[in-house]
Design a protein around this ligand. Structure first.
Ligand SMILES: CCCCCCCCCCCCCC(=O)SCCNC(=O)CCNC(=O)[C@H](O)C(C)(C)COP(=O)(O)OP(=O)(O)OC[C@H]1O[C@@H](n2cnc3c(N)ncnc32)[C@H](O)[C@@H]1OP(=O)(O)O
Ligand SMILES: Cc1cc2nc3c(=O)[nH]c(=O)nc-3n(C[C@H](O)[C@H](O)[C@H](O)COP(=O)(O)OP(=O)(O)OC[C@H]3O[C@@H](n4cnc5c(N)ncnc54)[C@H](O)[C@@H]3O)c2cc1C
Length: 668
């Protein structure tokens, strides 16, 4: 049977080479080929069916996710997949499960914080999955506040042991993924006590990680350990495939050599030693690594929601303003729909490119750390924290907007959007609450501004070197066309970020107690951090355009996306640009007018731009976002696939409806 492509006309409008854009989106021809192979492997394997997921109760759902993870492991072994291939396989299975934490946090924690000897011992076991680990840092009473952790690790020199203990209810480890039911091991963060002394009790660095067994061979917890799941989470299906756990210790003994010993060590005699030249911030290194991974992945999440909303918008017709009866307008042709949808499409591309850059930065930092060069760690911390915060918040808001852009059908689970939203929301909290992370960025920016004159700003903050120019030279835009020039756009974002940072730094200087000032000005400081991070995203997009980009019309299409992203932000945050005095109201309104022109230039390419994400229908799992656009018959069928429609007589009908109809309620 010939397949009808209901989006064919839209695809024919494309003004660029979609196959070439697929390569740009994937990062390289090799990446495209790799992702395509893994996506199709998952899509064509019945074990990875996921449409019924939201209908399952927790225990069935969890068992189902264990089954999928086991199949995935089997595929990795049978097909001899590399770690990179296995990572993409997990990604396309699209179900948060214990391997995410095992590979994403447990192994990186050992790699970053273990001594050479410890790495030699634990990494092969972990990579072969002979042990399964999780990352147990957060406690019931202490999430953002890592300094407040209460779990203790007391050294017993006589027996050469640490005694791990949860002294209070609030010291219960709380939330770690994979901990609740599956992990055999955990990297646990605890306060170190040697010879009765807390180490660095007033500093921020008095927490150390330990890796050890949680279970006996029959999978009952070791004596002294209480472990379980924290309970049902938001959304059907969604993150409930993960066993986020709780963990308490009652004087549990572990051998001394299970303290991860790269940053500091405790000798057999009970001597505490700080390793030379290794900054204590390295204890936080795993978080830096995962924040980078989150940024690298988040563009795909947003692209998925945007792909669904764009395809549905290009199919569904509503009335025109002149005739309320005849449906003639495609939703995508409403200016108001474009002004909500296209900035999200542009954001997906912007986040992809900034994610690539961050990966480069992180790889560079990692190499330096291995050579004991810690000079770029503050920049890596600020950039990973800030971009994790900026991109996950925008993505989660974007998914919600995509749901609304699809009207009522977006709210149906079969649209794929509700579950995507539910599974993505916690990204604003895990791996650091987004506001808390932005405050870290603000500290970094304010510190950089305060040090001008005696310390050279580097990397993403190098614009602060030109503080004088940025504070005093206002925007030169005179026409709408002036707004579509890369260097002009970047300069506008630099000026806004610099001016906001300087104002906040000056306000902070008026407080006698800097911490009190920081606390009172924290809302403004978050805005400073947002301005700094948006500058990074815009400038990395502009830098991307300066590269050689092959393919007919590809660069031009990307230019439109870049300016849509930037000018949408200028419009949304025009208050910042105006209050800082960088823009006049006329220039702000020229930016908005130019934005409308850019939307009309983007319009013919919209479907091709989402096709370039190369998402399979399996990955999208959305009736309204299907590649062939054959929405309505499938929407109708999806309603009847719901087990609720198996019978006309639902449970309870005879019991609770008949008495009303028959007026026999008194018998109830
Ligand atoms: C395929 C799919 C893959 C998926 C992948 C995996 C799945 C993922 C699933 C998700 C699973 C979710 C898993 C989870 O959720 S795991 C748990 C995650 N938890 C958090 O993220 C906690 C958030 N809190 C913190 O990070 C800290 O407490 C903060 C940072 C807020 C304050 O901290 P503190 O109060 O102690 O410090 P300070 O502010 O006095 O600053 C002191 C100094 O330290 C520097 N500093 C601070 N932090 C860092 C750092 N990181 N690297 C380098 N440096 C750092 C800082 O700049 C300052 O430097 P200076 O100014 O003195 O020079
Ligand atoms: C799905 C999921 C998976 C997780 N996986 C893991 C895991 O594998 N391992 C692990 O160790 N942890 C894990 N966590 C825990 C996670 O890291 C914490 O939830 C996170 O760090 C935030 O801490 P909190 O929940 O205590 O929030 P809180 O810190 O209590 O924050 C609550 C509110 O207070 C505000 N706030 C807090 N501190 C400040 C401040 N200093 N200044 C201004 N505002 C502030 C925040 O902005 C937020 O609005 C997971 C959490 C979730 C939801």
């Amino acid at each position: 049977m010939e397949l009808v492509d209901h989006l064919r006309d839209e695809r024919n409008k494309a003004q660029f080479d979609v196959e070439a854009m697929k390569v740009v989106w994937a990062g390289s021809p090799q990446e495209l080929q790799l992702c395509d192979r893994m996506a199709n492997l998952v899509a064509n394997h019945p074990a990875f069916e996921k449409l019924k997921r939201p209908m399952l109760v927790r225990k069935e759902l969890f068992k189902n996710s264990l089954r999928k993870a086991a199949y995935a492991r089997k595929l990795v072994i049978d097909l001899g997949l590399s770690e990179e291939e296995a990572k993409w396989l997990r990604f396309y299975i699209d179900e948060p499960t214990y391997p995410d934490l095992h590979w994403g946090m447990f192994i990186p924690a050992i790699e970053g914080q273990g001594s050479e000897e410890q790495k030699e011992k634990w990494l092969p076991l972990s990579r072969n999955m002979q042990i399964i680990g999780c990352y147990a840092q957060t406690e019931m009473g202490h999430g953002s506040n890592v300094q407040g952790l209460e779990t203790t690790a007391t050294f017993d020199a006589q027996q050469d042991h640490f005694i791990i203990h949860s002294p209070t209810l609030t010291s219960t480890k709380w939330w770690p993924g994979g901990l609740g039911k599956v992990s055999t091991h955990a990297v646990v963060y605890a306060r170190l006590i040697v010879n009765g002394e807390f180490h660095g009790v007033h500093g921020w660095y008095n927490y150390y990680s330990f890796s050890f067994f949680l279970y006996l061979e029959d999978h009952s917890p070791l004596p002294g350990i209480t472990v379980g799941d924290v309970g049902l989470k938001f959304g059907n299906g969604a993150y409930n495939t993960m066993d986020n756990g709780l963990l308490r210790f009652h004087h549990v003994r572990i051998p001394r050599n299970q303290m991860l010993m790269r940053v500091s060590q405790v000798s057999r005699e009970g001597k505490y030693m700080q390793c030379d030249d290794v900054p204590r911030q390295l204890i936080y290194g795993t978080m830096v690594s995962v924040r980078q991974t989150i940024v690298a992945m988040v563009s795909r999440t947003l692209s998925r929601a945007v792909c669904i909303a764009t395809r549905y918008s290009a199919l569904r017709r509503q009335h025109s303003s002149s005739s309320l009866v005849v449906p003639c307008f495609l939703m995508i042709d409403y200016q108001s729909q474009q002004s909500r949808l296209f900035p999200l499409l542009a954001s997906a591309y912007a986040f992809k490119f900034v994610g690539e850059w961050l990966k480069w930065l992180y790889t560079d930092v990692k190499q330096r750390l291995e050579a004991n060069d810690f000079s770029t760690l503050p920049e890596a911390h600020a950039s990973t924290a800030g971009l994790k915060s900026l991109t996950t918040s925008a993505t989660v808001d974007g998914i919600e907007e995509c749901m609304k852009l699809c009207g009522g059908d977006g709210y149906l689970v079969s649209s794929g959007l509700p579950e995507l939203f539910a599974v993505s929301v916690p990204a604003c909290t895990y791996e650091g609450d987004n506001t808390v992370l932005m405050l870290q960025v603000a500290r970094f920016v304010v510190k950089t501004v305060s040090e001008v004159g005696y310390k050279e700003p580097l990397g993403t903050s190098s614009y602060i070197r030109r503080l004088n120019t940025l504070l005093h030279n206002n925007c030169l835009v005179q026409t709408g066309e002036d707004w579509v020039k890369g260097d002009r756009i970047v300069e506008a974002f630099e000026a806004r970020a610099a001016r906001m940072a300087v104002t906040c730094t000056q306000h902070l200087a008026k407080f006698q107690d800097p911490e009190q000032g920081f606390s009172e000005l924290s809302a403004d400081l978050v805005e400073v951090a947002v301005a700094h991070c948006q500058l990074i995203v815009v400038s990395k997009f502009v830098e991307k355009l300066a590269q050689d980009i092959p393919g007919k019309g590809v660069k031009e299409a990307l230019e439109v996306l870049c300016y849509v992203y930037a000018l949408f932000l200028v419009h949304k945050h025009q208050g910042d640009f105006l209050v800082t005095g960088y823009l006049t109201p006329k220039q702000a309104s020229l930016a908005n007018r130019q934005l409308r022109i850019l939307y009309s230039r983007l319009r013919p390419n919209a479907i091709a731009l989402v096709d370039a994400f190369n998402h399979t229908d399996h990955y999208l799992s959305s009736v309204v976002g299907r590649y062939d656009g054959n929405v309505y018959p499938n929407l109708y069928q999806a309603a009847f696939n719901d087990p609720f429609n198996d019978s006309h007589v639902p449970d309870g009908y005879h019991q609770y409806i008949h008495p009303i109809l028959n007026q026999t309620l008194a018998k109830l």
